[in-house]
Write a protein that binds this ligand. Structure first.
Ligand code: CMC
Length: 428
């Protein structure tokens, strides 16, 4: 007999199958609960709800473990490239030498975007947030590829994956160029993924541009660290939109919008703006820690806390070292790093942060690195989106291919008015 849990409701007993994951995680299968008992579960924010079985990413928030397809994030950061990791997440295995060449070739040869798309940019204000441009253009890309909308045709899905991975860096760099009023730089096929992106961002048509390999490697590592994080807000959005069989472009565009929020991928921009604010205010870290603890103040310490990490965020641990390395390479003495270190020190000793298990997350250090590399703050969430793209794709593909998938459609407990008599306007 299968492992069962018992639920007693209104004196009646119900059996709920127990599901166990490969790392010992335990879930109660309630998929038949409503049909059998009339009851549903209520879990605002889904902190206790598993939406799917997934073989992509394992995360243990208590122990600070993050693995993609079984590989430790630390090993991947040390030994792999972002494109190899994208292959791993999407196809389930690290590529062989031959597969790697082919994968690079496909992605390199789809990196241009249609000239028509550039006209979109002309209509937008120069101050437009690049996340708005990114989500709009990802959605608009679908208008050029209506031949690949069939989510059940593996070839159509494959080419959409190549196009998305290839074009997002180009779109991201163009969004930046628009914001500073500089000419767009076309992708260059002889360069690697991250080098090509850095060149499209920072080169000018008037001058040669040499990509600093240390910075390219650091950015590649940052992208690896962001590549997947199981069922987070944006990934759940991509799965939810895709569950209606919306095409990959539409699903990913929705993911970009979900990521933009300051509680999710937009937090890296918020962190830097917060550090600048503290610095301008005389570096009074205690004042801002006090504000973050004040229930009547909406201020939060951005870059602190995580829904699942309750010990430390392994991505932040790696990035703290990367930040030091990048600043040293560039010879940058950023006073914001000092503010960040002071903030971390004070918050980690504070009973409020200790009790609530609030530790620096991935966004805490990434902004300092991006700033040192020359990215404007508004581009930070875009870099998160570039990194998260393989995860969104892998999760969307797993969802589409799974026989368990149904359209996402949560229920609710209705708390509104009971049936009322309609009162005509003249009598109200
Ligand atoms: N500063 C001050 N208080 C905080 C913070 C913070 N950064 N984070 C959580 N708290 C408090 C919160 O007020 C609540 O207190 P109480 O129990 O008294 O009501 C308690 O800690 C639990 O917080 P929560 O908001 O209920 O927890 P959550 O799991 O819903 O939220 C979070 C997680 C990441 C949204 C939240 O910690 C937060 O807003 N952090 C700042 C934004 C941030 O850095 N986001 C990036 C997350 S990492 C990148 C990613 O994967 O998106």
């Amino acid at each position: 007999m299968a492992d069962m849990a018992k639920l007693i409701l209104d004196g009646k007993e119900y059996q709920l199958p127990v599901v166990r994951g490969s790392e010992g995680e335990v879930g109660l299968d309630i998929s038949k609960l409503r049909a059998q008992s009339g009851a549903i579960t209520l879990d605002p924010g889904f902190g206790n709800t598993g939406a799917c079985n997934s073989a992509i990413t394992f995360l243990d928030g208590e122990q600070g473990i993050l693995r993609y397809r079984g590989y430790k994030i630390e090993d991947l950061c040390k030994n792999s490239t972002f494109l190899e990791v994208a292959h791993l997440l999407i196809n389930g295995a690290l590529p062989t030498g031959e597969q790697n060449k082919e994968w690079h070739h496909h992605i390199t040869h789809h990196s241009m975007i249609k000239e028509d798309i550039k006209r979109y940019w002309d209509a937008w204000p120069q101050t437009a947030h690049p996340m708005a441009l990114l989500s709009s253009v990802v959605s608009a890309l679908s208008t050029f590829y209506e031949d690949s909308f069939d989510v059940f045709d593996p070839r159509q899905v494959e080419i959409s994956i190549h196009r998305l991975l290839a074009k997002i860096p180009t779109v991201a760099a163009y969004a930046y160029k628009k914001s500073v009023g500089q000419p767009y730089i076309y992708p260059k096929n002889s360069l690697g993924y991250t080098e090509n992106f850095l060149r499209m961002m920072f080169a000018m048509p008037t001058e040669d541009y040499e990509v600093n390999p240390i910075l390219a490697q650091a950015l590649d590592q940052i992208l690896i660290l962001h590549a997947d994080h199981e069922q987070n807000c944006s990934t759940s959005t991509v799965r939810m939109v895709g569950s209606s069989h919306a095409n990959l472009f539409a699903s990913v565009a929705a993911g970009v919008c979900a990521l933009w929020g300051p509680l999710h991928g937009g937090a890296n921009q918020e962190v830097l703006e917060m550090l600048e604010l503290i610095q301008k205010d005389g570096g009074n870290v205690d004042k801002y820690v006090a504000k973050a603890k004040d229930k009547d103040d909406h201020f939060r310490l951005y870059g602190f806390g995580h829904r699942v990490y309750k010990n430390f965020d392994p991505r932040a641990t790696i990035l703290k070292e990367t930040a030091k390395g990048v600043l040293k390479t560039l010879g940058v003495q950023d006073p914001l790093l000092e503010v960040a270190q002071k903030l971390e020190e004070i918050a980690l000793k504070d009973p409020y942060f200790i009790e609530k298990k609030l530790y620096p997350n991935v966004d805490f250090y990434s902004g300092i690195i991006y700033k040192a590399m020359g990215f404007p703050t508004k581009m930070f969430p875009v870099l998160f989106a570039m990194g998260r793209l393989p995860g969104w794709i892998a999760q969307w593909k797993e969802m589409i291919e799974s026989p368990e998938t149904k359209i996402g459609r949560p229920r609710q407990i209705y708390t509104g008015a009971n049936v009322r008599e309609y009162v005509p306007l003249s009598k109200r």
